[in-house]
Design a protein around this ligand. Structure first.
Ligand SMILES: [Zn+2]
Length: 134
């Protein structure tokens, strides 16, 4: 066992190893395998294989600079996607607490807390007053 580990360590010298992108690929493969247990979709099966091959290819790759770059691209995308979801969550929470009115005069959007019934709203931009139900 020790010998095997040693050999593996020597084998991995100068190779890239694993990173966040590889962890994501492995998670994706796992999810696809679990999700595809009953459906047995051929396309998903090939996608699993491609992800797995890609994962191993990156792990044993000696071109560490290139692999590092790929991981950076992945991290950037993950950040953007995360931001989008955080934003969505924020908008949903806002929507529950506030109602957005549009001024009939100038089109300015006005945010009013919910639960005040019918109220008179005064546009801060053009001064026009109108009624709305919050
Ligand atoms: Zn207005």
């Amino acid at each position: 066992m020790r010998d095997w580990r040693d050999r593996f360590r020597r084998f991995m010298v100068g190779r890239y190893g694993t990173d966040e992108l590889n962890r994501f690929l492995l998670t994706a493969v796992l999810v696809m395998i679990l999700g595809n247990v009953f459906a047995r979709n051929r396309l998903v099966f090939w996608l699993e294989a491609i992800c797995l091959i890609l994962c191993y290819f990156r792990m044993f790759s000696r071109n560490t600079g290139r692999r590092f770059q790929e991981n950076q691209v992945y991290l950037r995308w993950r950040f953007y996607v995360g931001e989008w979801f955080r934003n969505l969550k924020f908008r949903i929470q806002e929507g529950r607490r506030y109602k957005i009115f549009k001024c009939p005069g100038c089109g300015q959007k006005i945010r009013i807390p919910r639960g005040h019934g019918k109220i008179q709203i005064r546009c801060r931009k053009c001064g026009r007053e109108f009624f709305g139900r919050s």
